[in-house]
Design a protein around this ligand. Structure first.
Ligand code: 5GP
Length: 197
């Protein structure tokens, strides 16, 4: 079986990205598998090592960089590193499945450049920064300082949306899920060399 395609999904934290991806990944006909990233950020309540992320100490992360184990990595928040391990992409490809990368804008743009038409870069956008702040507050998983950090980061990330192949605005969740599903379905079912239009 030919190598799987890559679907890069980037979005500001709190834009509903995880809900959308988790819904779409359920459609087994798309043969999607998550690439589990490595990170140095602390584990959150309800998360599991090796399921949500491979949680690493900064020393372990540095050693993995030195050993060239990452396809890409970024300091997404100050002192908080996140990276895609080459072996994750290889593992999913070997299973003949398509890889879903939930990564930040800089990582996303790098991977798109590396993989070209073999990758679809999708940006999920909140309707506004104010709505985003409200969603992060009601999620209740982060401190107020952390939320401000994420809102600032979101403003920065929105500036890169036009470099993505497609942008979905998550205003009404059901509509955003359907739209994202349609875009991904078209991409995974297109011949490998066809570019996204
Ligand atoms: P969170 O801490 O909320 O789980 O994730 C924060 C941000 O890190 C999200 O925007 C997510 O897309 C990004 N991220 C997660 N894994 C990776 C990765 O492997 N590489 C890059 N560049 N960003 C990542």
């Amino acid at each position: 079986m030919e190598t799987g395609k890559l679907i890069i999904i980037s979005a500001p934290s709190g834009s509903g990205k995880s809900t959308i991806i988790n819904e779409i990944i359920k459609d087994e006909s798309l043969r999607l598998s998550f690439s589990i990233s490595a990170t140095t950020r602390p584990i959150r309540r309800g998360e599991q090592d090796g399921v949500n992320y491979y949680f690493m100490t900064p020393e372990e992360f540095k050693a993995a960089i030195a050993a060239d184990e990452f396809a890409e990595y970024q300091e997404v928040y100050e002192g908080r590193f996140y990276g895609t391990l080459k072996r994750e992409i290889e593992r999913i490809n070997a299973e003949g499945r398509n890889v879903v990368l939930d990564i930040d804008v800089l990582g996303g743009i790098n991977v798109k450049q590396m993989y070209g038409d073999h990758a679809l870069a999708l940006f999920i956008q909140p309707p506004s920064i104010e709505i985003l702040r409200h969603r992060l507050l009601s999620r209740g998983t982060d401190s107020v300082e952390e939320i401000e950090r994420r809102v600032n980061k979101a403003e920065f990330e929105l500036g890169y949306a036009d470099q993505y192949d497609c942008v979905v605005v998550n205003d009404v969740l059901r509509t955003a899920i359907d739209e994202t599903h349609e875009i991904i379905s078209r991409f995974v079912n297109a011949p490998a060399s066809a570019s996204q239009s």
